[in-house]
Design a protein around this ligand. Sequence first.
Ligand code: PMV
Length: 360
Amino acid sequence: MTEQDFIPELYSKSLESGSISWESPSNIALVKYWGKKENQMPQNPSISFTLDNCKTITTLDFVKKKNEEDGFSFDVYLDGEKKEDFKPKIETFFKRIEVYVPFLKDYHFVIETSNTFPHSSGIASSASGMSALAMCLMSIEKQLNSKMDGDYLNKKASFLARLGSGSACRSIEGDLIVWGYHNDIEGSSDLFGVKYPYEVHENFKNYQDTILLVDKGEKQVSSTVGHNLMHHHPFASQRFAQANENLTKLIQIFKSGDVYAFIEIVESEALTLHAMMMTSLPYFILMKPNTLEIINKIWEFRQDTGLPVSFTLDAGANVHVLYPEKDAKPILEFIKNELVAYCQNGHYICDKIGFGAKQL
Ligand code: PMV
């Protein structure tokens, strides 16, 4: 498919007004996307677990504009409160997707959004937020063109979400999503996320993710700044090649169920993401002392018990603790007894693999 395939023909129906609600989850990358080309195209393929509990709920009300005034017309609310500071990001998103969603300027929109995770938790809401909004827009398009099939709708929603925030394209569906062209993964594309198409061992079903909130502050480095640091980065090309290799290795690992080989790739990916930021100019250290305390405790516990508990990190200090469902009891016990002390105000979120966006 090409970008051209997402430009709609004339719509067969018209709509005066309506209201649509979707919830969409966050996701956690196993092979990380870090570095992009023009138009939010990734420099390397990535793969993620879709999450279940960490999600955004968005209601989009729309009413046809009376006058033909130019420009986008919308208001945004978070938890019932008007958010003027959210508008520039949505304006940019609308500009990027306008050719694919030509009805955007015909309506006044009211976007009401809320997150199931605390606003100041340090968990990025851009993946869940942008994917929920993309699904709302696709529901409108579906009403304007009832012939659209479900597969196309999901692909286009992912395509639109990508233009809002790259990793958001991996939140439309679950449970394991690939984004970015990879030679060995059929159907993979730089344009949108697709379901991982091959065999996945029972060990990786319903994988658990306990998110330890080490630092709930604003992100020290925005993703935009971070991705840009990969331009002219001395290790960029090696890193992009490595992400491709890691994804190749994961194909066999998912099939065999080898959780220890899985851990080696996932932890290495997390540390490499942070290494990229430590070795860019300007350089950043996004971990906090407690991030390292947690990592060391996880390694110690794994060494002592042999249980397959592992970690991954986003571009921040919080730690995602990943483990199979069948080992959840002793690992959760360990998390509560030994790791929660390193969280800001003892705050953590229990999540697990989920299956993507849902209409409400
Ligand atoms: O979607 P963005 O532009 O916020 O980038 C997210 C990048 C990471 O979360 C660090 C990695 C990933 O693949 O999700």
